[in-house]
Design a protein. Structure first.
Length: 471
């Protein structure tokens, strides 16, 4: 069991280990007087042929019910470190209050006060001051980060970045994902169809970690952000010694870094690529927008560290220029499922730096290519209307991949000529990937169509996790 407690701060071990409730399936008889899964109350009972006594099955079933109830209570007391929160109880009254917050945010605040417009105004003011201090120099606009000079000649064979989404449900499951992301290398088994043999592939930790929203459930309170999101990553990869939770960043990136010998030479004006550690960029999801983006602004845009990942962004959207002519575009669709005019202008200006042979990856929170047909919104032109216009006019023939979360599973859709015909690898139609397995509860995959239409284009689902049969 990887969750052994040694990696966590304030871990409290259990006082007593109990038998697994699955032991009942093996013919274990549980006494009526048992009120907990205590080892003294469980006695194995097998017949001569290795199976339970048929004539006592009905009585055994009645006897087992009190202990099954106790087992459910035992499950609710899952071990976890101190200072963390349990998994969200989605079938509780808290869901109704969260739904009310959504209704209030969507119908009252959004459209009357949009936090994205305030970001643009503040960043514009900072940029004017920055241009004056740099004596007329014209640095990259705020929100555009250049990693194109990063070394790609290492043994890893290129530039790597990680992606996760929907990670704010609780501690244990989200920590397992964060811990894997924090490892310098992961060794995974891959199978070869030609040789039918298993091979080991080494996956290095990404220079960048892109997070696709829904950072804390069910609503973005400071407690949920601290104990369901930040604490998870801090236990997986510790922040620098100078990290303080109450610190409010007024200068990003957070150079110089005191306490880390490898970063002592970094100065306030050092380029971001001079930092050898990992960085993270985060877009908000619908759950992060329930308070009008207030908590996200305080904890993401005004902090410097997510555990050991540096957070250099100042806006809820970003543009990353990567080596080998690749770009990552992170969009904030808010609760109205579209970008605002300020974002449109920002990305349109960024597109001027792209050449015809460059490639773009679009990151949004909601995968409308799946949900539109599932929710009977296939002909709703109001969703992503501005985003579609941006892609059509400024990123035409450049988008190779779309990444999203929101649905807590993994699917990959590939473009096809037409349903039922041979599939093709088209360069002018992006691959569509949903990767929302950041630690929240799992969503099924069998209820979504395997063949979908995205505008005039046809797609077919190549793979899914969980598989349709398991789902």
């Amino acid at each position: 069991n990887e969750f052994n407690g040694l990696h966590h701060k304030g871990y409290i071990p259990s006082r007593k280990k109990s038998k697994s409730p699955l032991d009942n399936v093996l013919g274990l008889e549980i006494s009526k007087s048992s009120s907990s899964m205590d080892s003294n109350s469980i006695q194995p009972s097998f017949s001569d042929d290795g199976f339970g006594n048929d004539e006592d099955d009905e009585q055994d079933e009645r006897d087992a019910w009190p202990s099954i109830s106790a087992t459910i209570q035992q499950f609710k007391r899952v071990e976890r470190p101190q200072g963390t929160l349990p998994m969200v109880s989605w079938y509780s009254q808290i869901v109704f209050s969260t739904g009310f917050d959504l209704l209030l945010s969507f119908h009252v605040f959004l459209g009357r006060f949009d936090a994205r417009k305030m970001q643009s105004a503040l960043i514009g003011k900072e940029s004017k001051c920055s241009n004056q201090s740099h004596r007329g120099e014209s640095p990259n606009p705020e929100g555009l980060f250049d990693f194109s000079d990063c070394d790609t000649s290492s043994d890893s064979g290129g530039f790597w970045f990680d992606f996760m989404s929907d990670c704010g449900d609780g501690f244990n499951s989200s920590y397992q994902v964060a811990r894997l992301l924090a490892q310098p290398n992961l060794h995974v088994y891959t199978s070869s169809k030609s040789t039918k043999s298993r091979m080991v592939k080494t996956l290095p930790r990404g220079k960048l970690l892109v997070i696709g929203g829904d950072l804390a459930y069910p609503d973005p309170t400071p407690e949920n952000y601290e104990k369901r999101f930040f604490r998870t990553f801090e236990d997986a990869l510790q922040p620098p010694p100078t990290f303080r939770r109450s610190h409010i960043s007024i200068q990003k990136p957070a150079f110089p870094m005191k306490g880390w010998k490898s970063c002592d030479k970094l100065q306030a004006d050092s380029p971001l690529t001079s930092y050898d550690g990992p960085c993270t960029f985060l877009i908000p999801g619908n759950h992060d927008w329930f308070d009008g983006l207030a908590t996200y602004t305080r904890y993401i845009l005004s902090r410097d560290w997510l555990g050991g990942w540096l957070m250099p962004q100042k806006t809820s959207y970003f543009c990353l220029k990567l080596p080998r002519n690749w770009w990552v575009l992170g969009f904030d669709l808010a609760l109205d499922d579209d970008i605002d005019i300020e974002q449109f202008t920002f990305f349109a200006n960024a597109a001027k730096q792209m050449q015809p042979h460059h490639n773009a990856i679009i990151v949004t929170h909601v995968p409308h290519w799946v949900l539109n047909e599932y929710e009977n919104h296939a002909h709703d032109l109001n969703r992503e209307n501005n985003l579609r216009e941006l892609v059509r006019t400024h990123f035409r023939s450049k988008v190779r991949l779309r990444l999203a979360g929101d649905l807590h599973h993994y699917t990959r859709h590939m473009p096809v000529d037409s349903p039922g015909k041979k599939r093709k690898n088209s360069t002018d139609k992006p691959v569509l990937i949903v990767a929302g397995g950041g630690g929240a509860f799992a969503h099924p995959t069998h209820c979504f169509e395997e063949q979908i239409s995205v505008g005039e284009d046809q797609y077919v689902r190549e793979c899914a996790y969980p598989s349709k049969k398991v789902s």
